[in-house]
Design a protein around this ligand. Sequence first.
Ligand code: HEM
Length: 633
Amino acid sequence: RKMAPGIQPLPGPMNLPFIGRVHDIPAKASWLKFYEWSKEYGPIYQTKMFGSTHVWISSEQIAHDLLSKRALIYSDRPMIPNLPDNRTSGDYLALLGRTETWKRQRKLCSHLMHTSALASLHDYPHRERNRFLYLMYRDPSKYLEWIEQFTSRTVSRLSWGTTHPAQMLRHTTFGLLETISPSGALPNIVSFLRHVPACLSPWKKKENARHALEDRLFRANVGFVGQQMAAHRAEPSFIKTFLETKQSTDEKERTKWGDMDEAMHVVGLMAIAGALTIGSPIQSYLLAMCHYPEWQRKLQSEIDTVLGGQCPTWEDREKLPMLRAVVKEVIRWRPPVPTGIPHAVEKDDIYNGYLIPAGATIHALEWGITRDESMYPDAETFNPLRWLDPAYPTFREPLTQYPNLNGFSQFGFGRRTCQGIPIVEQDLFLTMGGLAWAFDVRKKRDPITGTEIPVHWNDYTPLLIAKPCRFDFDAIPRSEAKLHQMRAMYDGAARDQAQEMDDAEGFELFGDFMTVEHGEGAEKVDVGRHLHHHPHHPYYPQQHPEKIGNRDGEYDADESDHDVLINVRDSSPEPGLSFRGDSSTEPSEPSEPASDKEDEEEVKILQVDKKLRVWKVESMVTVLDVPGAWRWA
Ligand code: HEM
């Protein structure tokens, strides 16, 4: 391509014909390679992949100069080869091109988020956090499960006022992450594979089936909120807020936010974003505490001194700057979206004498941005002090307000910045604060030699949203008093859930198996199992054989929903039947020996709704740490 005098192409590695540098990009932790190149070619450089230009930015200043200050031409999104209508379809706001649909959807998203944030997210993160802490106490080795339950249940409540869709949301959302991630589906790297017809393309078949399932889930959820509103018992939610505007007597207000179908997708995307991302920093917090016990002690000391033994609530945020600094530093130390979500530039542009060609994909390389030594000295070290001490360039006053997550580079740039920060901020403040208040998290010790068992430093999953691969640690409750408090907090959360169960009449539950119709016919999807058989899923047995949690060699997602049992299998239990097992055991197979006695409990079926295939149970749980004590759950 001919350049005007004085203009040059961006620096970057030499490209091979046609494939560019595809062969150099590792399947795992690709961001480390892109960061390595930034050391060689500078804070802005380009690579080619199958003919398209990718620009990588590792400086916050340059990202702002282009993506924020020149937002007029830098706010588009690239086409995702494995989801080729992502720019136009309107199903996923975050992936839409710079279109009128995107502008409308972004406004609606912002309105719903704002309304909910003003009401402190209806206390949902707090209620779910209390449940989460107790589950962590019962079995910290299942932390991946408890964290995913926390994030998906919280965002389900926010979106639809109920936790019921949470499990299915996890399933469909994880599938979407694979569909769109460069390392999740081959056509995203070898882009011409997108032309393979649907009947021959395993990627298209899989995505079509997933999409159909997701569509059914979102429609059922919206229907549920409508029914609950008609019965005057809907809990607050994004969809409820939207439907209320539809009931306004003011015609302008009624039409302002678009139609129901669009709102369904906007809220669906918000739920997807919430279920996907927030687990990453919660897991990274546990990793950080294993490596930096001194910061755990400092954080605990702040919480104990300021709150006199109470567990942090959202109202305490102004008083706990160190907790906010830990939240922010965890995100900086291990960025949840290390390669960023790419923008696309719509016109040729010149930056400092370099050409950025129209159509190039622009990546704000979040991993590189957080390693800029001029802003983050000693960047590899987890150091919350950089947000609290005036000696650091990132310090900001007043400490009642800063540090916070608003405007943080890790949530993107310009007109496409993340819209979920109020949820992220509250979820992380409560979970990290709750964990520090309740537990000493530390490396496990070998029972015989007493030596510490090593924990990895930076082994993360490879998809667009990166999470630490499973590691073992101890989470020791800090005192007997805290244990009692945790149980009381959990009882409150369990009561909420029992109430919700009563309200769930009319909600369409999904079976373990369901038939999904799509273009190529019908497919039987095993939802329960499916969740654990994604090749990149951290629980996936083949990929991480040593990292599997439970006695069956495979992690059972429903295992510890002890408080109420929602069983969706075909057996038809009768009220009054009692059996021993854990609450996810089939009552039709009571004789099956439970190999793990600790999980056993007395379960009695109280009520059965055959149409919904829901049982409500009463279960007597052994409280393991107080021998001989029993508790009704
Ligand atoms: C730790 C959690 C999260 C992180 C690190 C994160 C990060 C990001 C990033 C990097 C982007 C792209 C920004 C850009 O293109 O410049 C983004 C976009 C977005 N995020 Fe988040 N996010 C998180 C959680 C959430 C949550 C809970 C929601 C729920 C509402 C959400 C909603 C969105 C939306 C709607 C967009 C798309 C904005 C647009 O394209 O116009 N995010 N997020």
